[in-house]
Design a binder for this molecule. Structure first.
Ligand SMILES: Nc1ncnc2c1ncn2[C@@H]1O[C@H](COP(=O)(O)OP(=O)(O)OP(=O)(O)O)[C@@H](O)[C@H]1O
Ligand code: SF4
Ligand SMILES: [Mg+2]
Length: 387
């Protein structure tokens, strides 16, 4: 593990409407002439997959260690990911939580190897998948893992979908380009995947275009696309941000159901602690490109250790605190070009002491659980101070 034990417990401290006229397909790279009539090789609905090695027992499915990413900008070096470590086990759901700008998306992109370099520079760390380091493996191998084993759902489904292709065509793009499947099979598989993500009347809607779907349904299309290759790990980066509250809950339910049905692992990236409570097994909290707390979801909600997590929780509406009003964390997250010395959270922390301004806290284990906090003071000391 990358953290140590605290030395002592008290240490110092709608689917919208009907099909419309198809837009003209133009200027879209290799798939320009593609249509359902494109002749392709035979394919079965249960394809045999050339999989990379599965993790052996005792290994995590994904094990990110001390990942560091910087951006060279005109104003200086932006230290966006500063030694992040986390892991995901097969079939489990990890939520990565943090305010806007804390480095969540950059972390996900670095894991997938889709960062633009430059301006990004991966300064160090390991991204182990099945024991192999995605950061150093051959590009072809990385593409294989990325295509077949790890998939990603992006925040903005509308801009991620191509407006000039039918959704079914886009859902099966990876299957066609990587496997070469026959037209009828591709269409049938698209309908199956649309059914899987609970898009009503999938068979009738498979040839519809993205603009003919509601925001929630477009996000389902994105999820179907990500699931086409049956990944072992799905990374969903703020999959519900652009949606209204009811639809957010539906998409979260869907992701939880699919994770169980398909026995895949899920990384849910969000800035909203409220949306992951019922879905996540464990939570990793990020601040200024660092992990400040990690714990199982019940512990984190019931007894948050880090002052930042405490602040986030105080800003989430909860039934048991009805009538008490919500608190928000004062101040704003730091600019990654000028992260404060010591604890990056100290300018906003109600518990800050002199040492917090000087010394950066280490992520320390709390008790014997898989629970850790990067604060100079253990939770008991913080509680005592505010008692
Ligand atoms: N191409 C880039 N050049 C310079 N800085 C960048 C670049 N991409 C991202 N950053 C910076 O990295 C930081 C983290 O960005 P990131 O997108 O990972 O945040 P996030 O936690 O996903 O936030 P959000 O919740 O808003 O999506 C931000 O301060 C951002 O300005
Ligand atoms: S180390 Fe200090 S400033 Fe940082 S969270 Fe803990 S008490 Fe607050
Ligand atoms: Mg983001």
């Amino acid at each position: 593990m990358t953290y140590q034990q605290y030395p002592h417990p008290t240490h110092g401290y709608p689917a919208s409407g009907e099909s419309q006229t198809a837009p003209v397909v133009a200027g879209w790279g290799d798939d320009r002439s593609a249509s359902w009539d494109t002749p392709t090789a035979a394919w079965t609905t249960a394809p045999s997959r050339a999989r990379v090695e599965r993790p052996t027992s005792g290994e995590h499915l994904l094990d990110v260690r001390d990942l560091r990413v910087e951006f060279d900008t005109r104003d200086g070096v932006a230290r966006v990911v500063n030694g992040i470590s986390f892991h995901v086990d097969p079939g489990e759901t990890l939520a990565i939580l943090g305010e806007s700008g804390s480095g969540k998306s950059v972390t996900a992109q670095a894991v997938l190897g889709i960062l633009d370099t430059p301006p990004a520079v991966v300064r160090g760390g390991q991204v182990l998948y099945g024991g192999e380091d995605l950061l150093t493996m051959a590009p072809e191998r990385r593409r294989q893992v990325r295509g077949q084993e790890i998939a990603m759902v992006f925040q903005d489904a509308l801009s991620a979908l191509n407006p000039v292709y039918p959704v079914g065509w886009q859902i099966t793009e990876a299957l066609r380009s990587r496997r070469g499947i026959a037209k009828a099979d591709a269409k049938r598989r698209a309908v199956e995947l649309m059914d899987l993500v609970r898009i009503p009347a999938a068979a009738q809607r498979v040839d519809d275009y993205p603009h003919q779907f509601s925001g929630g349904m477009r996000q389902r299309v994105m999820i179907a696309m990500a699931l086409a290759m049956r990944p072992k790990l799905l990374i969903a980066d703020e999959p519900t941000t652009a949606l209204d509250v009811t639809v957010q809950a539906q998409i979260m339910d869907l992701l939880a159901t699919l994770r169980a049905e398909l026995e895949m692992a899920l990384i849910l990236i969000t800035h909203d602690l409220g949306v992951v409570a019922d879905v996540a097994d464990r939570i990793t909290v990020m601040y200024a490109g660092r992990v400040v707390e990690q714990a199982d979801v019940h512990t984190l909600y019931g007894a948050p250790a880090h002052p930042y997590t405490r602040g986030l929780l105080a800003s989430v509406p909860r039934l048991e605190r009805r009538g008490q009003g919500l608190h928000s964390i004062s101040g704003t997250p730091p600019n990654p070009i000028a992260i404060p010395q010591g604890c990056a959270f100290h300018p906003r922390c109600p518990y800050a002491q002199q040492m917090c301004r000087i010394t950066e806290p280490t992520l320390l284990r709390i008790g014997r659980l898989d629970r850790a906090s990067a604060c100079h003071f253990p939770p008991e000391a913080l509680d005592a101070r505010h008692a």
